[in-house]
Ligand binder design. Structure first.
Ligand code: HEC
Length: 167
């Protein structure tokens, strides 16, 4: 019986929750959504690449704590070269990206690549403490770009973007 009451209570909450979400979406829509302006093909490619990046980041900590720097080097090198702004693109898609994405976005992308390259390098030379440092720097760079350009996708980051650092 108690269960049923709980269920009924939960059910009655759902419309309210959805309402909240709608309001939030509405607000968030006013922030930048760089990717929304791209062609559907590029959006799909972009999303796929992001999921790959996420997979790479999630693989790193277990490898790091197990001292497997060689594997980290491989992943970091892949991340450095596989990101959407760098490969898989026709010339006209490349043109589209550069025409539609703000310069600051491209800078964030370049910064991310720089960090991935550094991570591959320090892993290659076996500097464990620097490997930890660059893994952290890379997650900061994911966060920085998302806070500025992906608050549609990550509403929890809304209002934390564009150079604001809440340390
Ligand atoms: C240069 C900017 C930039 C960087 C750097 C960046 N992202 Fe993203 N990411 C975005 C944007 C913009 C979106 C939102 C795309 C959208 O609106 O569909 C996104 C979306 C995502 C998504 C959701 C993809 C989906 O379609 O479900 C994941 C996961 C993600 N990023 C992971 C990462 C990780 C992990 C890193 C760092 C290793 C990272 N991103 C670095 C800009 C960036």
């Amino acid at each position: 019986m108690k269960r049923i009451i709980q269920l009924v209570f939960l059910a009655s909450l759902i419309p309210a929750l959805c309402q909240g979400e709608e309001d939030m979406r509405h607000q968030v829509k006013q922030t930048q959504s760089v990717v929304a302006g791209l062609s559907p093909e590029l959006q799909a490619l972009f999303s796929r690449e992001m999921l790959e990046l996420q997979k790479g980041m999630m693989a790193m900590v277990p490898l790091y704590v197990a001292g497997k720097l060689d594997d980290i080097e491989k992943i970091a090198a892949q991340m450095e070269s596989s990101y959407v702004l760098k490969q898989n693109l026709t010339e006209s898609q490349m043109h589209e990206l550069h025409a539609k994405l703000p310069d600051a976005f491209i800078e964030q992308d370049q910064q991310f690549h720089y960090l991935a390259g550094m991570l591959a390098h320090v892993a290659n030379v076996g500097k464990t403490e620097l490997v930890g440092f660059y893994i952290a720097k890379m997650s900061e760079s994911c966060l920085a770009c998302h806070s500025a350009y992906a608050t549609d996708k990550f509403p929890a980051l809304a209002g934390k973007g564009q150079g604001e650092h809440n340390h």
